[in-house]
Design a protein around this ligand. Structure first.
Ligand code: AVI
Length: 330
């Protein structure tokens, strides 16, 4: 049974979101080392391009996590389920393609749970509702549209039973180091003893594997990165010339971070109407747009401990490229 999605998003007309976007763009482009947040990649076109990325042969994380979940679904389910009812909360659920591997198994084993997908995209949550109604009609679904923390607060107040939180896809890797700690500590603050966190992390590996995943031959990742400028053009009335910027990803093996940039191929000026401001770019000046952290298992364990979690189990693909880590509340 699927209930109508609960909408906790700020404003239906998006004005509050636009104001926050404008403020962040102003702050980021005013820096000496210019920067835009990858949080803003995911407008309609950005989400479409990310779906395409996940199907690229070079983009191994999705394939690897699929393998981890498929190969270990029974073990994972038994660790989630125990004997008592639980809420399965899926942060950033999207189309829940990977989560459905677990949902099918939970359904097959008639486990007692309800599924709470959380996503900022109302469209995605309505589509997922319809899809689950068709494919897995026995599962109780309560989708929530909104930011993660608003949703967790709502869940804390409205869903009293044991919780298992999913944060798949190595989304944690897109945060700055201190942001990921704040994020996990915040999640922890909404959980109780017995609750669990199941998190996907991309593991350290050869730069020869990592780099092409963020610089695919067909140029989808380049389009995904450049779409951020297109979004600023559309939503903030800017005049970025997308042909005068190039996608430029670099992997730092010591820090274990993939960094993506948009590099200005010439000296140019860009006006942003909503900010009433013109920004100058030198030739070959870069805007930093994304970090994608790659972890060792030791780092993941330490990150968990810092934030109030202990590792219960680690599931990996055959080649140890990706891990899904099950944490319990300390
Ligand atoms: C969503 N996130 C985990 C992706 C990543 O791998 O960092 C976003 C992405 N950026 C470029 N390709 C994919």
């Amino acid at each position: 049974m699927t209930l109508l999605p609960i909408d906790l998003s700020i404003k239906q007309d998006g004005t509050a979101d636009t104001a926050a976007f404008a403020k962040d763009v102003l702050e980021g482009l005013s820096r000496t080392n210019k920067k835009l947040s990858s949080r803003y990649f995911y407008d309609k076109e950005g989400s479409r391009l990310f779906q395409k990325i996940m199907h690229l042969s070079e983009y191994y994380p999705t394939r690897c996590e699929h393998e981890v979940l498929t190969g270990n679904k029974q073990d994972i389910i038994s660790k989630f389920a125990g004997d008592s009812f639980f809420h399965l909360i899926d942060l950033g659920a999207g189309d829940a393609l990977k989560t459905k591997i677990l949902l099918r198994e939970l359904d097959k084993q008639k486990k007692q749970f309800d599924y709470v997908p959380v996503d900022i995209s109302g469209d995605a949550m309505h589509q997922l509702n319809e899809n689950l109604q068709q494919e897995l009609p026995n599962i109780e679904v309560q989708a929530v549209v909104g930011e993660y923390f608003k949703a967790l607060e709502w869940l804390h107040e409205n869903k009293a039973e044991r919780k298992v939180v999913l944060f798949l896809g190595s989304n944690i890797g897109n945060f700055e180091d201190d942001e990921s700690i704040d994020f996990l500590k915040k999640i922890r603050s909404y959980l109780n003893t017995g609750d669990k966190l199941f998190m996907g992390v991309d593991l350290r590996k050869s730069p020869d594997v990592i780099l092409p995943a963020y610089n695919d031959a067909s140029g989808v990742t380049a389009a995904f990165n450049l779409n951020l400028l297109q979004r600023i053009n559309q939503e903030l009335g800017a005049n970025f010339d997308l042909t005068a910027f190039q996608h430029s990803p670099i992997y730092h093996p010591q820090k274990g971070v993939m960094k993506s940039y948009l590099v200005s191929t010439k000296a140019q000026e860009v006006h942003i109407k909503a900010l009433n401001k013109t920004f100058s770019f030198d030739a070959w000046e870069a805007i930093h747009t994304e970090n994608s952290h790659k972890y060792s298992l030791k780092q993941v364990e330490e990150l968990g401990l810092t934030c109030g979690f202990t590792v219960e189990a680690v599931f990996q693909d055959e080649a140890s490229q990706f891990a899904d880590v099950l944490f319990t509340v300390k």
